[in-house]
Design a protein. Sequence first.
Length: 241
Amino acid sequence: MLNFISLGWLVFCWFGYAKFAHYRAKRSASLSSVLHVHRINWMRRMLKREIRVGDAALLANIERNVNFFASSCVLIIAGLLTALTATDKISAMLSTVSFVEGDSLTELEFKLAVLVVIFIYAYFTFTWSMRQFGFASVLVGAAPMPDDNSVTPGDRRSMALYSAKVIDQASHSYNNGLRAFYFSMAALSWFVSEWVFMGTAALITAVLYSREFRSSSLRALKQAENVGDKIFTDDKELYRQ
């Protein structure tokens, strides 16, 4: 029963924080909301450039980072599935560690299965992020040139805003995958004890909140072009969707 309670606590911390962060980002500055403003500025300035090789290279660099994590998920899943076939050896190994509470083979298999599910979720999230960055690359390629008089100012504005929106959605998927990696670290402490596991999940939630809403990086991003003062005044209808 305590194992199921621990699992419920993990789900609550993980998805509860995701909902909270999404709600809070619509009402106060966060890494995601501030970066979205910078992405809009990026796309607006990209439309004024004739040569966009640098913009394509930036997107490709971000996509490579996502690809690294997606590939890592495949290797981790393979390792965990292999571990499921050797739970008796893992149990014997853990029994030699003094601060690890002993688990039955069924409990050990259950915990390994939860880790497999976490990394399967992370894999699908990262691959969806990769696809969305591919969509953004298409939009960069389709962006009108500065001297194209057939494109209206309204079309240019919508191209900039919604190209930034696609990149923002891709980054949200990437962020969700990273959260899966963070909470998988909490799941590792589950092998020590259920109470350590629940404490670690709460600690990771606090770390995520601190980085998203209280970090020095956020303060620097807000000060760049005074984005922190403009975040909910310019193009407000897009931010609040």
